[in-house]
Design a protein around this ligand. Structure first.
Ligand SMILES: C/C(=C\COP(=O)(O)OP(=O)(O)O)CCC[C@H](C)CCC[C@H](C)CCCC(C)C
Ligand SMILES: O=C(O)C1=CC(=O)c2ccccc2C1=O
Length: 305
């Protein structure tokens, strides 16, 4: 009897851990890290207060993204088999609570960014973040739900890449930079690769819920092939940026993350049509993304020390 209860508790704890999605918070950290390291490399200055305040705002906004995704997906029924959805864990009647909970984090994130913009006497940072939030809402919220139309990866590229890296750079150095723009392309491509991976194991539920993700549209076999091209493309672009001297030579350190990239391509090519096996590929993609982003930033920083 005790063991059945223990087992129940431990699987519930596992579901809650999955619902909190801790590894996915890296998508709020890496743009900040990369944008900031490019700014340090160019100015030899680091504003720790601006960095920490923007870090706090980014994490708040990420909480909103994750919580509201479960609320909105519960409305369409697409998460019906996702045991670790907050709504499935706590009941449909808690939807309004979670919506309110997520929105509170969004408000705190935006207010914190507004405070930074006020101190900097410049609204650019706030505009970039507001644009990212509006696009983030359009991905999952009614009436847009653009993720259901298969363009979530493009939104992800623009928000976590172009907008977030530029915002992090601007937060340190209020101007524009070609290196920051190139770095934002790399971060954007790597972030949307995580989202692309998140769709492999959900094809049936997505179809049933009217969600035409790129994997639903292309089929899992073609998607697995596209994933490899996409991944190699990221490293190819880094090499091009190094050759063009937009990135320092040390950016090639990020090639160490090929270890996870190759593991990811192999895994998805082998198991693309087996939902239970392929479901963890999103986390291999996060490992690739984290190591790539961290090393890219270290590559920018090292020449300055
Ligand atoms: C929740 C997201 C993806 C999960 O989608 P899906 O419903 O397919 O998966 P589940 O099976 O888990 O339900 C994230 C979507 C992100 C979105 C495209 C863009 C959000 C932009 C943010 C507002 C940008 C934050 C910027 C900040 C860090 C400065
Ligand atoms: O829950 C998920 O699958 C994702 C959540 C999330 O916040 C995110 C952000 C950026 C890229 C991908 C993802 C997810 O896949």
């Amino acid at each position: 009897m005790t063991t059945v209860i223990d087992k129940d508790n431990s699987s519930r704890r596992k579901l809650w851990r999955a619902a909190i999605k801790l590894p996915l918070y890296s998508v709020a950290l890496i743009p900040l890290w990369v944008g900031t390291t490019v700014a340090i490399a160019e100015t030899r200055n680091f504003n720790g207060t601006n960095f920490l305040i923007f870090l706090f705002a980014s994490i708040c906004i990420q909480v909103w993204v994750n919580v509201s995704n479960d609320v909105f997906d519960a409305e369409t029924g697409v998460d019906v088999n996702k045991l670790h959805s907050l709504i499935n864990l706590t009941g449909k009647e808690t939807s309004n609570f979670w919506l309110w909970f997520g929105n509170s984090f969004l408000i705190v994130g935006i207010l914190t960014t507004s405070l930074l913009a006020f101190w900097q006497k410049d609204v650019t940072l706030l505009i970039l973040v507001l644009l990212a939030c509006l696009l983030g809402y359009s991905y999952q919220g009614p009436p847009f739900r653009l993720g259901y139309k298969g363009i979530g990866e493009i939104i992800c590229f623009i928000t976590y890449g172009l907008l977030s890296v530029s915002a992090a750079y601007y937060n340190q150095n209020p101007t524009w930079s070609l290196t920051a723009l190139a770095a934002s392309v790399i971060v954007g491509l790597a972030t949307s690769l995580i989202l692309f991976c998140a769709h492999f194991h959900q094809v049936e539920d997505d179809l049933a819920g009217g969600k035409y993700s790129p994997v639903v549209r292309l089929g899992t076999k073609k998607s697995a092939r596209l994933l490899s091209w996409w991944g190699y493309g990221i490293y190819f672009l880094i090499a091009v940026f190094v050759l063009l001297k937009i990135f320092p030579l040390l950016s090639l350190l990020s090639f160490v993350s090929l270890f996870y990239a190759l593991k990811l391509f192999r895994h998805v090519n082998n198991y693309h049509d087996q939902p239970n096996q392929v479901s963890n590929c999103k986390f291999i993609a996060v490992s690739m993304y984290l190591s790539l982003g961290l090393l890219l930033g270290i590559g920018f920083l090292l020449p300055t020390v």
